[in-house]
Design a protein around this ligand. Structure first.
Ligand code: C5P
Length: 421
């Protein structure tokens, strides 16, 4: 994220760290906030020091770390009131069940909690704990209480936990948290407020039998980055997702599907009432004509699978689109531009995002992409960028198209007289 454009640039973030094994991620989080241009001060609970050293956090935040009410060396008072006033946002990540419970009941037995009680800025917490602690009625009640008081909860993810168990309770990834805080501070940039958009992402899975399937290498990263960017700009986003291991971006409604047929149903249903769609998914073009009910057994000879065509979701939305925005993707290995231009027309896209497997740093799995935008007026070749940056450029274009069609609509509906003047 270029710091100049970031909503975090120049903002004061007070980062609270509590005693959870996830505290190690606070180091990366602090670095991301700093890179985006934020001024970060860190308050740790006494127990947090057991998980990550104040030296690490002081080095990364470039500010002294605050833990106690008084500086033990010189007795100077660490003013929680002044800290609360300084902060544009108080972010507690990781937030343990213990700290959340104390916040909900107003206990003030450490510097972080007194700061929370006196802070008037937006407050966000990223819970991190074992799955049973997270699911416990007491924790859930505390989270509801805090949410009702305006505290923003950054949902934990499902995954492997420090206890060795797997479930919900893993702190959200630093990138997700930084983006969330950016969105929180970015009241001005809600440029897509009131718009409803669909994003398809990831690979589809076409069953051959109960065990095997046909799929592809798409990771879903590009589509997830787009969904997150559109949501951060205020759009209501439905992410129709094939199977991925990615976290749902903050503020995005996710619909999980497996096959191309399921993706077709979910996408066409969501398109009614939407203002546009970005077709980023790698959808299977062919699916087994029949799915074997039982596992296919191997024989001695060759085996032939009969495949039939799937329905083209993008083409269907293109046929229905009217004045709505439709963005397509084309991943090509040869004759890239000719293929992309043909798809632009055939599927009625407003523009198509072309990436070639021939470009280094483009395509599957990676965090970067090298794309060219093609529309009916020409082409724009972008340099190698992070997928998040590519997502921002796509969102910019969507905004421009919506603005233009809004202006056209205004002109078309304006009274004849005023149109002349
Ligand atoms: O024709 P091709 O599959 O290369 O077109 C790619 C574009 O069409 C992408 O935007 C992809 O998401 C979309 N697509 C789709 N449904 C299909 C096949 C492709 O939405 N069945």
């Amino acid at each position: 994220m270029a710091s100049g454009n970031s909503p975090l640039a120049g903002r004061h973030i007070l980062l609270g760290i509590t005693g959870s094994i996830a505290a190690y991620k606070a180091a990366m989080l602090c670095r991301l906030l700093k890179t985006a241009g934020a001024d970060v001060r860190v308050v740790m609970t006494p127990l947090a020091k057991q998980f990550i050293t104040p030296l690490t956090m002081a080095t990364l935040s470039k500010n002294p770390i605050l833990v106690e009410f008084f500086d033990p060396e010189n007795g100077a008072w660490n003013s929680h009131v002044a800290l609360g006033e300084w902060a544009d946002c108080l972010l507690i990540a990781p937030a343990t069940a213990n700290t959340l419970a104390k916040m909900a009941t107003g206990v003030a037995d450490n510097l972080l909690l007194t700061t929370y009680l006196s802070a008037r800025c937006p407050v966000a917490v990223a819970p991190a704990m074992d799955l049973d602690m997270y699911a416990h009625a007491a924790t859930q009640q505390n989270l509801r209480t805090l949410a009702a008081r305006g505290v923003r909860i950054i949902e934990p993810a499902e995954g492997e936990l420090a206890s060795g168990l797997t479930g919900k309770g893993r702190m959200a990834e630093p990138e997700t948290i930084a983006a969330f805080v950016g969105g929180l501070l970015d009241e001005k940039k809600k440029t897509l407020e009131g718009k409803r958009l669909i994003v398809t992402a990831g690979a589809t899975i076409e069953a051959i039998d109960p065990v095997r399937f046909i799929s592809n290498h798409s990771s879903g990263k590009m589509g997830y980055a787009i969904a997150g960017e559109l949501a951060a700009r205020g759009a209501a986003v439905t992410l129709v997702s094939g199977r991925t291991a990615l976290e749902t971006p903050v503020g995005v409604e996710r619909v999980d599907v497996l096959s191309a047929a399921e993706m077709y149903e979910a996408s066409t249903a969501a398109f009614d009432g939407a203002d546009g769609a970005v077709m980023c998914a790698a959808v299977a073009d062919y699916t087994p004509a029949e799915v074997a009910e039982r596992k296919l057994k191997k024989g001695d000879g060759e085996m032939t699978l009969t495949l039939r065509r799937t329905r083209d979701i993008a083409a269907e939305l293109g046929a229905r689109k009217g004045k709505r925005v439709l963005v397509g993707f084309a991943l090509e290995t040869h004759d890239e531009e000719a293929h992309a231009e043909a798809k632009l027309e055939r599927k009625h896209f407003d523009f198509i995002v072309l990436n070639s497997l021939r470009d280094a740093g483009a395509g599957f799995r990676g965090d970067t992409n090298k794309v060219t935008f093609i529309d009916r007026t020409g082409r724009e070749e972008l340099p190698l960028l992070s997928k998040r940056e590519v997502a921002a450029r796509i969102a910019d274009r969507i905004e421009q198209i919506m603005e233009r069609s809004g202006e056209k609509h205004d002109a078309d509906t304006a009274p004849a007289q005023s149109r002349k003047s």
